[in-house]
Design a protein around this ligand. Structure first.
Ligand code: SAH
Length: 467
């Protein structure tokens, strides 16, 4: 290990910055955030540092630098292009044993500044010991994405009860066990989803009942898994999947996504195929309630978005009635994911000012849709679950005044590696399905916006959109 990582308390301490450019400003901002008293030595100041000077947030001294500037200084940051000044400051700092860092020249100084993820009071510092700032930045941005913004407030909450728990549980091992259990419990998710007071109340209750055998209530998270490509998951969806005790999932959830689950997570398949209900909806509802009552963190994972033809509404009604805590996480719906990956903009200034999402699957097998409202100028119509009724769909649209030549596309297994896009006219749709033996899941898009897809195919660009 080349360096010892430390977190330094510099509140009210004098810190010196040599240099007035943008890179110096970035460091000054950090120093000020940590409560330092900053003096800048430079001849020219960039706009941001000038502003800080005008607002009396820093003191400024024109060059030249003299050794007396170092008196009482806690740390020095050198960010100047003047080589002789740089070397002079470093020499003096080393003599006086004041920690010094030189931006872009890590070997010259005695410490380096890490890249940080700031969720104060939670702080993460990343360093490659000066070897690769780029790698440091990449790692930092991954960490940024992994840690919800509210982790800072979460650590404050936990900090508030730390002493309390220490008094009750004097054994370190027991305390660690207690906090581990809390961190994998629904209390944390409750907090992160914004119900901070409720989370605090439950945490207090947990502390009050330490040693007494009580069961905490679980939580059900209805999570949209998107149409296929795992990269389309939201950050929240990913975090919940990684943390779940049990995942109850549908047929449309892309298998790769389940690989994000914990090794010991229980995976329950409740996939439905239309007209062949694998698990009836009321049994799914009951299952969710039972699991939550056992104290489990349950993720109810659904293809696309839970609230778009996803029966999410029905499931939360049941959870609400049963007094189970829940949250809903939106996902990229098939209309959005498939159309984008197929190069079909759902709206377009020249072709479509509105877009309707319609189910092509109807309860009694017939299609009782408001056809007139679907046959409108400048409109894109997206049919979900329309494949088995494709003939009725095509006939009715034409019967209600749509031109048989209106463009249409079918996107099969959209956003996955096996995505296929077929395009033609509304009249040709039944034929396209039959000839190509298209199987679900498939989305049907009707409207002039399909033109762009055809243009992309002609120009050989279509593979740029899917992967
Ligand atoms: N809640 C989901 C929709 C569920 S209904 C969502 O928001 O996307 C199921 C229908 O969605 C399928 O019959 C099909 O029409 C469409 N669908 C879902 N995923 C799809 C995919 N990857 N490719 C094409 N169509 C898809």
């Amino acid at each position: 290990m080349e360096y010892l990582p430390i977190f330094l308390n510099i509140k009210g301490e004098k810190c010196l910055v040599i240099g007035g450019r943008q890179d110096a400003f970035e460091k000054i901002r950090l120093l000020l955030k940590a409560g330092a008293t900053v003096t800048v030595i430079a001849t020219d100041l960039c706009r941001e540092i000038t502003e800080l000077k005008e607002n009396k947030r820093i003191s400024h001294q024109e060059e030249p630098f003299s050794a007396s500037n170092l008196n009482g200084t806690k740390i020095i940051i050198v960010a100047t292009s003047d080589t002789s000044l740089r070397l002079a400051v470093v020499k003096k700092a080393r003599e006086k044993k004041i920690p010094v860092t030189v931006i872009d020249f890590p070997d010259l100084g005695t410490f380096t500044l890490p890249s940080i993820v700031d969720r104060s009071p939670l702080l993460l510092a990343v360093s490659t010991s000066g070897n690769s700032p780029t790698l440091t930045r990449i790692i930092r941005s991954r960490l940024e994405a992994m840690l919800p913004l509210s982790y800072g407030r979460l650590s404050l909450l936990v900090g508030k009860f730390r002493e309390n728990v220490k008094e009750i549980l004097q054994n370190k091992q027991e305390r660690r066990y207690f906090w581990n259990r809390i961190f994998s419990s629904p209390i944390i998710e409750l907090f992160l989803s914004g119900k901070e007071q409720e989370a605090e109340r439950l945490l207090k209750k947990e502390i009050d009942t330490i040693g007494k055998n009580t069961q905490t209530m679980g939580q059900v998270c209805l999570v949209g898994a998107g149409p296929g490509d795992p990269d389309l998951l939201t950050l929240r969806a990913l975090r919940l999947i990684q943390n779940a005790d049990t995942i109850v999932y549908d047929r449309l959830v892309f298998p790769k996504i389940l690989e994000y689950a914990r090794q010991d997570a229980e995976l329950i398949y409740v996939g439905k195929q239309s007209a062949n209900h694998a698990v009836p909806q009321d049994q799914i509802n009951q299952k969710l309630v039972d699991l939550a009552r056992q104290g489990k963190m349950v993720v109810r994972l659904k293809g696309g978005d839970p609230f778009i033809f996803g029966r999410g509404g029905e499931e939360i009604e049941m959870l609400m009635e049963s007094g189970i805590d829940f949250q809903v996480v939106p996902g990229v719906t098939a209309a959005s994911g498939c159309s984008t990956y197929a190069g079909i903009p759902l709206t377009h200034r020249d072709y479509a000012q509105h877009c309707v999402l319609v189910t092509g699957h109807l309860k009694e097998g017939g299609m009782d849709l408001n056809w007139d409202s679907l046959v409108q100028p400048s409109q894109t119509v997206v049919f979900y679950m329309g494949l088995s009724n494709i003939k009725i769909l095509s006939d009715e649209l034409i019967k209600h005044g749509m031109s048989p030549d209106m463009l249409a596309a079918i996107v099969q297994k959209g956003t996955t590696r096996n995505q296929k896009v077929y395009s033609g006219t509304v009249f040709e749709l039944p034929d396209i399905v039959e000839k190509n033996d298209i199987k679900p899941p498939a989305l049907i898009i009707v409207g002039n916006v399909v033109k762009l897809h055809q243009k992309l195919v002609k120009a050989g660009f279509d593979n740029r959109l899917s992967h």
